[in-house]
Write a protein that binds this ligand. Structure first.
Ligand SMILES: [Fe+2]
Ligand SMILES: [Fe+2]
Length: 194
């Protein structure tokens, strides 16, 4: 399926906010891909589709992943919103005909990130945070940092998530912690090697 067909379908499938957010993530991912030498068409495809699983909420999300054989962990069951990346990856394959593993991985991991993300996964993770509709404390620094030091930006994004979750008193998924630690470690090694 070509990306314009996908955009037209998503325009009907997603609510207006989510659709505009997805368009923005696509554009921001494109800019980051150009900046860091990643594949621009993969970045656009992963960007537009990253939240395509967002319509499945609560019990519906839990049921969906059960059906596709994904064993949700206890935090994901307590916070089914965390499952929309897994659902999105499945929809991307089954409904939108995506076969590229990098694109699928970027959709899969965009919510929490994970330890050892590849460049495309990092780009989508960051683009989701900094797209123009987002507004929260520190966003300007984050936007600037995204183009200066992607790794440091990931530390910043994951810390922002952790602070937000703590403030809400919600459960924190360990992948968010892994994301932060991994990028922090890369920065540390980078500095030691200079
Ligand atoms: Fe998302
Ligand atoms: Fe998103």
């Amino acid at each position: 399926m070509d990306i314009n067909t996908i955009i037209n379908i998503l325009k009907k499938e997603l609510d207006p906010y989510r659709f505009n957010h997805s368009m923005n993530v696509m554009e921001t991912a494109e800019a980051l891909a150009k900046h860091y030498g990643a594949d621009v068409s993969k970045a656009r495809l992963a960007g537009i589709l990253h939240d395509c699983g967002k319509n499945y909420k609560g019990e519906e999300a839990i049921e969906y992943v059960k059906k596709i054989g994904y064993e949700a962990d206890e935090i994901e069951i307590l916070q089914p919103k965390l499952l929309h990346g897994i659902i999105g990856k499945h929809l991307a394959e089954e409904v939108y005909g995506v076969t590229d593993e990098e694109v699928l991985g970027a959709i899969r991991w965009h919510t929490t990130g994970k330890s050892g993300m590849n460049l495309l996964e990092k780009i989508i993770y960051v683009a989701d945070y900094i797209e123009p509709l987002r507004s929260f404390e520190g966003i300007d620094t984050m936007r600037k940092m995204a183009f200066e030091d992607l790794e440091r930006c990931i530390v910043y994004c994951s810390e922002s998530t952790i602070k937000f979750i703590l403030k809400k008193g919600a459960f924190l998924h360990k992948n968010t912690i892994d994301t932060r630690n991994y990028s922090l470690m890369l920065i540390r090694n980078r500095n030691e090697n200079v």
